[in-house]
Write a protein that binds this ligand. Sequence first.
Ligand code: NAG
Ligand code: NAG
Ligand code: NAG
Length: 222
Amino acid sequence: MKMQKILFVTLIHLVILCVDAKWKLAIQWRATLCQSPSKPYCQRSILEKFTIHGIWDYNSCSTSGRQLTSQEIQQLKSNLKLSEVWLDRSNTTTGNEKFWERQWQKHGHCTNLSALVYFGTAVNVYNKFPILKYLQAEGIRPGSKFKVEDIHETIFRQGRFRPYVVCDANKLQELQICFDTPAFQGFDAVNCTTSSPPSPPSPPPPPKCEEEGQKMITLPKA
Ligand SMILES: *[C@@H]1O[C@H](CO)[C@@H](O)[C@H](O)[C@H]1NC(C)=O
Ligand SMILES: *[C@@H]1O[C@H](CO)[C@@H](O)[C@H](O)[C@H]1NC(C)=O
Ligand SMILES: *[C@@H]1O[C@H](CO)[C@@H](O)[C@H](O)[C@H]1NC(C)=O
């Protein structure tokens, strides 16, 4: 009985290891987003923080859908406190709302989840993985220099998964956390594989340094 159980669990694990991730949460380091002179609007006080970029099924929506209603937007703000964790570059009310709307059009509406569940799932997953704490636990702090590989290894040691790393030149810009369950179900992160598409094909993929393990990068300070 016990043996069967062990075999079964091992089999499940093997199956899980062999499939590519199916959905992901992407988080952005605000100090990198906000450093460029072409992006002058970010609030200076909230730079040393990862905030949500999106929660994506690998198949993005093929059509656009209905818009978020003003009532839904109110719920996102009051029930989920979305303005604290899912911010546009500007962190202005209109900027944030437009950002949520774009993500809803591109990835949200075709999931058939309610807006509250779709955005709420992102917030739950974001809260589940304290990435900055993982990094700080091993000495990677705003202002430090480290290798791309150190990010992979550190987060793997702390959280048991390997994120997908996106850079802007030599600055950490984004981390993606991958899941291999059906879209937005089951929150055990797995290693992101470089063979998986890093993001839906359009618009053009973000700058990245995922494959450059030895490259030295920084986590910019405010
Ligand atoms: C973004 O701006 C809103 C409104 O000004 C503010 O309430 C919120 O705390 C800001 N977000 C962060 C992460 O500070
Ligand atoms: C959403 O609902 C439509 C209509 O019932 C269905 O065709 C589609 O496959 C559903 N999408 C998902 C992701 O479940
Ligand atoms: C997951 O990634 C970590 C860090 O890169 C690596 O050490 C580990 O072997 C990987 N595990 C699997 C199952 O690929």
